[in-house]
Write a protein that binds this ligand. Structure first.
Ligand code: NAD
Ligand code: IPM
Ligand code: MN
Length: 358
C-alpha cells in the first residue's frame, strides 16, 4: 500500500505530522505501507512556480490513498487563478474525480461542554454530510471577471448535469442504507434551475431505495435546522458550495472546526483524506492547532482507503481516550482540562494507541 502525504501550508504540516505519527505506530506493529511526501499549495508554488507540480499529481494518481493537510495563505490570494494554492486541491479533486466527500459530524462525550450548543442537544450526534465535490459553482463555465458596458462584472455558473447528481445521490442512498435509512437532500430548488434538476434527479434515484426515508430541505432552512435540532439528521446530501458552508457550520456542534475529518472518494474507491479546516494562518507554527481532524482523517483513510477497519477503530478509540483523560488543544479547552500543544496531543494519541496494541 502506498500513501501519498501532502502536508501543504500553514497548520497543514504540523497537523499532518501528528497523523503520520499515528500511522508510524501502526507500521511498527506490522501494518505494511509505504509513504511518500510531496509539495502542494503555496509551498509548492514557492519551490516550483506551480501549486500542483506534475510530480505531485503523478504521486496522487499512483498512491492507493492520499493524506492531505491544508493549503492556502492570504499572501497568495492575488496570484492569477490556476496558480493559487486552493486551485491545486480543486485540481486534484477534479482530476481524480473524487466526487463523494464524506464529512462526519460526530460529537465526543468528553467534548459536549466544548460545544457552544447545549449538551442535551448535541449528545450522541452522528450526522454524515455527503458533499458533491467535482461540480457546481466551483467548476461551472462561464466564469470570470470582465468589463461590460464600462462595469466590472463577475460571473460564475452553477452547473449540475444529471449524471453528476445521480451518482452522488446513489452514494448517499447506499450510505443511508448502512446507517439509519434516513436521507435529507439539501438544495435551493425554489430559486435555482440547477437545484431544481438536483431535486428532480434525487427523487428519481429514490425510487430504487424505497427503504430509505427521503426528505428535502432548502439550504437556508437546513442551516437553521442544523443548529435548532441537529439530531433529526442521519445522512445529508448536498452540492459542492452548500456542503462547504454547512460543514463548517456543523463543525461547531462538535466543539471545533479542528475536530472534523473528511474523505473524498471516486468511483474506483480511491480516496483523498483531509481535515475540513483550512491552513489557519492565524495560528500556524505556534504548536496550538488541533491535530485531531487530521488524525481522524487518517482513521477514515485506514477504514475507507486502505481496508483496515480494525486499525481505524483503534485510532478513534485512542482519540476518545485522550479526550476522556482531559487533554485539550486550545480550541476545545474547558475549565478543569489540561491544555496541550499540537505535538503533545499527537504524542498522547500515539501513546494511547500503543497502549491498546492488538
Ligand atoms: P480556516 O479553516 O483555515 O480557519 C478558520 C478558523 O478556524 C481560524 O480561526 C482558525 O484558527 C481556526 N482553525 C482551523 N483549523 C483549526 C485547528 N486545526 N485547530 C484550531 N483552530 C483551527 O479558514 P480561513 O481562515 O477561512 O482560511 C485560511 C486559508 O485556508 C485561506 O487561504 C483558505 O483559502 C484556506 N483554506 C484551505 C482549506 C483546505 O486546504 N482544505 C480549507 C479551508 C480554507
Ligand atoms: C474545503 C475548503 C476548500 C473548498 C477550499 C480550500 C478550496 O474550504 O475543503 O472545505 O472550498 O472546497
Ligand atoms: Mn471549506
Amino acid at each position: 500500500m502506498k500513501i501519498a502525504i501532502l502536508p501543504g501550508d500553514g497548520i497543514g504540516p504540523e497537523v499532518t505530522r501528528q497523523a503520520v505519527k499515528i500511522l508510524d505506530v501502526l507500521a511498527a506493529e506490522g501494518l505494511r505501507f509505504e509513504r511518500e511526501e510531496a509539495l502542494i499549495g503555496g509551498c509548492a508554488y514557492e519551490a516550483t512556480g506551480h501549486p500542483l507540480p506534475d510530480a505531485t499529481l503523478a504521486l496522487a494518481r499512483r498512491a492507493d490513498a492520499i493524506l492531505f493537510g491544508a493549503e492556502g495563505g492570504f499572501q497568495y490570494e492575488t496570484l492569477p487563478r490556476g496558480l493559487r494554492p486552493g486551485d491545486a486541491l480543486l485540481a486534484v479533486r477534479k482530476q481524480l474525480d473524487l466526487y463523494a466527500n464524506y464529512r462526519p459530524i460526530v460529537t465526543f462525550d468528553a467534548l459536549l461542554d466544548a460545544s457552544p450548543f447545549k449538551r442535551e442537544w448535541v449528545q450522541g450526534l452522528d450526522i454524515l454530510l455527503i458533499r458533491e465535490l467535482t461540480s457546481d459553482l466551483y467548476f461551472g463555465e462561464p466564469r470570470g471577471i470582465e468589463m461590460r458596458d464600462g462595469l466590472r462584472v463577475g460571473t460564475n455558473t452553477m452547473y449540475y448535469d444529471e449524471r453528476e447528481i445521480a451518482r452522488v445521490a446513489h452514494t448517499a442512498f447506499q450510505t443511508a442504507r448502512r446507517r439509519h435509512h434516513k436521507l435529507c437532500s439539501v438544495d435551493k430548488a425554489n430559486v435555482l434551475e440547477a437545484m431544481e434538476l438536483w431535486r428532480t434527479v434525487v427523487d428519481e434515484v429514490a425510487v430504487g431505495y424505497p427503504d430509505v426515508q427521503l426528505t428535502h430541505l432548502y439550504v437556508d432552512a437546513a442551516a437553521m435546522a442544523l443548529v435548532r435540532d441537529p439530531r433529526q439528521f442521519d445522512v445529508i446530501v448536498t452540492g459542492n458550495l452548500f456542503g462547504d458552508i454547512l460543514s463548517d457550520e456543523a463543525s461547531m456542534l462538535t466543539g471545533s472546526l479542528g475536530m472534523l475529518p473528511s474523505a473524498s472518494i471516486n468511483a474506483q474507491g480511491k480516496g483523498l483524506f483531509e481535515p475540513v479546516h483550512g491552513c489557519a494562518p492565524d495560528i500556524a507554527n505556534q504548536d496550538i492547532a488541533n491535530p485531531l481532524a487530521s488524525i481522524l482523517s487518517a482513521a477514515m483513510m485506514l477504514r475507507q482507503g486502505l481496508n483496515q477497519p480494525g486499525a481505524a477503530d483503534r485510532v478513534e478509540a485512542a482519540v476518545r481516550k485522550v479526550l476522556a483523560d482531559g487533554l485539550r488543544t486550545r480550541d476545545i479547552a474547558q475549565p478543569g482540562t489540561e491544555i496541550v500543544g499540537t505535538e503533545a496531543m499527537g504524542d498522547a494519541v500515539a501513546a494511547a494507541l500503543r497502549a491498546n496494541a492488538q
